[in-house]
Design a protein around this ligand. Structure first.
Ligand code: BJ8
Length: 382
């Protein structure tokens, strides 16, 4: 069925707000809501325990002043915004969550979770910071088991192997449908701008019925492919093709993605969270479920891992597959792990013959003009 893309964009632009009503409905029907912050959260375990994972808010500058009463000012805006939402009761997803789950990713997040635990039932998974050693793999598998047990106790349920296999299959199908959607960026010209792609990716987060989410995303992908096949794309074939990497971009998309496209480029692929980082690898359905889940999640190439060669490998593949002309990295202020990693990433990308720019910013609008000037100069030289 062909979908009306204008309607989709309108609907998804309001998705977060509409999601408030849906989550309340779910709650009224007795659903167990689990608030999540990070890509490392093994959602398969939540589904298998009969829970509904929801992404917690953390992309507004407005909640930062409330957070700064308890947290230092020179902290990543994502952490401050998330905490600010929680203490000012402005995130309905947090409000309706029976449990919040976090992981020991960066220092700022793990210490913020301690404060969050004072106002909300918060469970923290101990994430190892290396990926290859047997010790790290066993530790993380153990953490996944402990998380399963926590949910079993919390929701008075039993997570069976059968339920785990079902949820693995469901989440894998979601990953495949997301990957197909991302692949639209490989087309020349792409049938969708990076900003519209971001709007849709953000919107699908708030369709809580996974089957409905997968079906909707597949329809959108099919309609956009048809647009391309009929030569109806609005984007220029010669627009410089950009890959976005670095920190999550929810709070800075208008400053960076929108402005990049206003100055003539097109974002064809997102390597960061909310993009391909989580979908490149599936959970192995032929393995023992807990081990397969643990292995998949531990392989996510975030800068909190040391070393983090997986990010370089992923960038090499994406640059080639999406025919990328330039890489733009987003660093949120005070994010030490990404800020330090930028040196290696720049060298790696430049060695592939691709120009690279790193933009450090926060959630305020004060540097919008300055960022535009830098992006303009970058796009001009591509
Ligand atoms: S898997 S990127 S969602 S940790 S930007 S809060 S790292 S100081 S968000 Fe992240 Fe999980 Fe990694 Fe993804 Fe800390 Fe850096 Fe802030 Fe960050």
């Amino acid at each position: 069925m062909k979908v009306d893309l204008n309607e989709v964009f309108e609907e998804f632009a309001e998705a977060r707000r509409n999601g408030f009503l849906k989550v309340k409905e779910l709650k009224d029907q007795g659903a167990h809501i689990v608030g999540t912050f990070c890509t490392y959260t093994p959602k398969e375990i939540i589904y298998a325990a009969g829970g509904t994972p929801v992404t917690l808010c953390g992309v507004s500058n407005d909640t930062i002043p409330a957070a700064e009463i308890h947290l230092p000012k020179n902290l990543c805006p994502l952490i401050k915004s998330s905490y600010g939402y929680a203490i000012s009761d402005k995130c309905p997803y947090m409000y309706f969550s029976d449990l919040v789950v976090g992981e020991t990713t960066c220092d700022g997040k793990k210490k913020m979770y301690e404060l969050l635990g004072e106002i909300k039932d918060t469970y923290v998974m101990q994430l190892p910071h290396s990926q290859d050693s047997e010790y790290a793999k066993n530790m993380w598998k153990h953490e996944v088991i402990k998380f399963k047990e926590k949910l079993e106790t919390k929701f008075s349920t039993s997570v069976t192997e059968e339920k785990l296999r079902e949820s693995i299959n469901l989440c894998n199908r979601e990953r495949i449908s997301l990957s197909n959607f991302y692949s639209l960026g490989k087309l020349i010209p792409p049938p969708i701008s990076g900003y519209d792609m971001f709007t849709i990716l953000n919107g699908v987060l708030y369709i809580f019925d996974k089957e409905e989410q997968i079906a909707k995303l597949n329809e959108i992908t099919a309609s956009l492919k048809e647009l391309h096949a009929n030569n109806e794309c609005k984007i220029s074939k010669t627009a410089p093709r950009i890959l976005i990497t670095g920190c999550p971009l929810g709070g800075v998309a208008d400053k960076i993605i929108k402005q990049l496209e206003e100055v003539g480029a097109v974002v064809v692929v997102y390597e960061n969270c909310g993009g391909t980082k989580n979908t490149e690898k599936l959970v192995d359905e032929n393995e023992e479920p807990i081990k397969a889940i643990a292995d998949k999640y531990l392989s996510i190439p975030c800068s909190v891992m040391s070393p983090n060669k997986g990010r370089e490998d992923m960038l090499s593949n994406l640059i080639k597959e999406y025919k990328v002309d330039g890489v733009v990295e987003i660093i949120l202020q005070s994010c030490h792990t990404y800020a330090i990693e930028t040196r290696n990433i720049k060298r790696h990308v430049n060695n592939l013959g691709v120009p690279f720019i790193s933009i450090e910013t926060d959630y305020s609008t004060s540097d919008k003009g300055q960022i535009r000037t830098r992006l303009e100069a970058f796009v001009e030289m591509l």
